[in-house]
Design a protein around this ligand. Structure first.
Ligand SMILES: Cc1cc2nc3c(=O)[nH]c(=O)nc-3n(C[C@H](O)[C@H](O)[C@H](O)COP(=O)(O)O)c2cc1C
Length: 379
């Protein structure tokens, strides 16, 4: 039997080697306390999945109090958050994986901070049909503070013992909102032309490098997650060609891996943008420098899916499969592929170490079942 390519080692942009090509991608697990502290349930969730991939990414952590998008997210906005995050990092590293903290700012998508009376911010003051609370347009000083807060969050990730961070420049978060011509109508240095709309993600990346250099941590990993397009019918925030152009600038500035978020019911690891002959994976793989790996995923559940995804990428991420079968990679390594479980059931939801709120969310029709359904659970 030939060993799956997925189990061969991979070198990241900064020269750090990871033992295999599998990643557990970020998943908000709804398990944190209302004030953003890590709970034992979240540590148990990660401990059960410590062997899932050579890179394990946390749920999105918020770098400012008004940046929380979902209940139970953990905070990386305060120095006091480091103690809980360090327990999480230790669980993630307990079987040799690299632990990556995802940092995400939800921008306008901040219903919980709005309920708490916090000032919800966005690139431009606009109304959106689905948003019922006021949104403030960020001032130039707000943008400077935001950039600095990404740096402080990165320092806290270092202090907590993480091996790296992943910047969430995707899934409609604040950095994406700045790049989106639909959401960003500014006329200052942070909006208008392509270059100005791309300026904020690049400024955040520069600040990360400053912090990591000052901490003398060349082995600290900078991961970067993008949504390859923002196209909803007639509404176009940016096209795949725009994002290819932004990513070339990001790659020139220096990242250690790129993660292509193909999150959403319409996407799979082999999806193509409308009007293109190539898949998203092929288009982005073609612009990667030889030393920086591309991770792709979405609807990867079986070893055959992993192999198919690796045809056009260097690494593969899985999210929902990690919920369904935390032992996927152990079974693959042991040649027990027939034992891999790809279907969830209401009974199994209680057996796979999910935080109670996440299990309940999936046990209830609607909710996550509609947005990010698990194979085996009907809507
Ligand atoms: C419960 C759940 C929570 C998620 N939370 C995040 C998140 O915090 N950050 C992020 O970038 N993606 C998040 N995602 C998206 C996944 O990382 C992944 O891109 C998506 O689920 C598609 O991959 P899959 O088919 O392997 O699940 C989440 C997905 C799930 C199922």
């Amino acid at each position: 039997m030939t060993e799956s390519k997925a189990l061969s080692a991979l070198t990241l942009g900064n020269g750090v080697q990871v033992a295999n090509r599998l990643m557990m991608s970020a998943m908000c697990d709804l398990g944190g306390t209302p004030d953003g502290q890590v709970t034992q349930e979240q540590i148990d969730f990660m401990q059960a999945r410590a062997g899932f991939g050579a890179l394990l990414v946390t749920a999105a952590a918020y770098p400012q109090p008004n940046a929380k998008g979902l209940p139970g997210q953990y905070s990386v906005a305060n120095d006091a958050d480091v103690a809980g995050l360090s327990r999480l990092a230790a669980a993630m590293k307990s079987r040799g994986a690299k632990a990556i903290l995802q940092i995400a700012h939800s921008g306008r998508e901040a219903a919980i901070p709005a309920q708490q009376g916090l000032r919800v911010v966005a690139p431009s003051k606009m109304t959106f049909p689905w948003i019922k609370y006021p949104i403030a347009e960020m001032t130039a000083a707000d943008v400077d503070e935001l950039i600095a807060d990404y740096g402080k969050a990165t320092q806290r990730a270092i202090d907590a013992g993480f091996d790296g961070v992943e910047i969430h420049n995707c899934n409609h978060d604040l950095l994406q909102q700045f790049f989106s011509a639909y959401s960003n109508h500014r006329s200052d240095q942070w909006g208008g032309s392509f270059e100005k709309r791309a300026a904020l993600p690049l400024a955040v990346l520069k600040e990360l490098h400053r912090v990591i250099t000052a901490a003398n941590k060349p082995e600290f990993i900078v991961g970067w997650r993008i949504s390859p397009e923002e196209v909803h019918g007639e509404t176009v925030g940016y096209t795949v060609d725009d994002m290819l152009k932004q990513t070339k600038l990001v790659l020139a500035a220096g990242i250690d891996y790129l993660n292509l978020s193909l999150t959403g019911l319409e996407y799979r690891y082999d999806s193509k943008p409308a009007g293109h002959a190539h898949t998203f994976a092929q288009l982005f793989h073609a612009i990667m420098p030889a030393n920086v790996p591309l991770y792709i995923g979405s609807q990867v559940h079986t070893p055959a899916d992993v192999d198919a995804a690796l045809a056009d990428a260097d690494g593969v991420y899985m999210a929902r499969e990690a919920l369904v079968d935390p032992e996927f990679t152990d079974k693959l390594k042991a040649g027990r592929t027939a034992d891999i479980i790809t279907t969830m059931s209401e009974a199994r939801l209680k057996q796979v170490h999910l935080p109670k709120a996440l299990a309940e969310e999936y046990a209830t029709p609607g909710g996550f079942r509609e947005q990010i359904p698990l194979v085996g659970l009907p809507n």
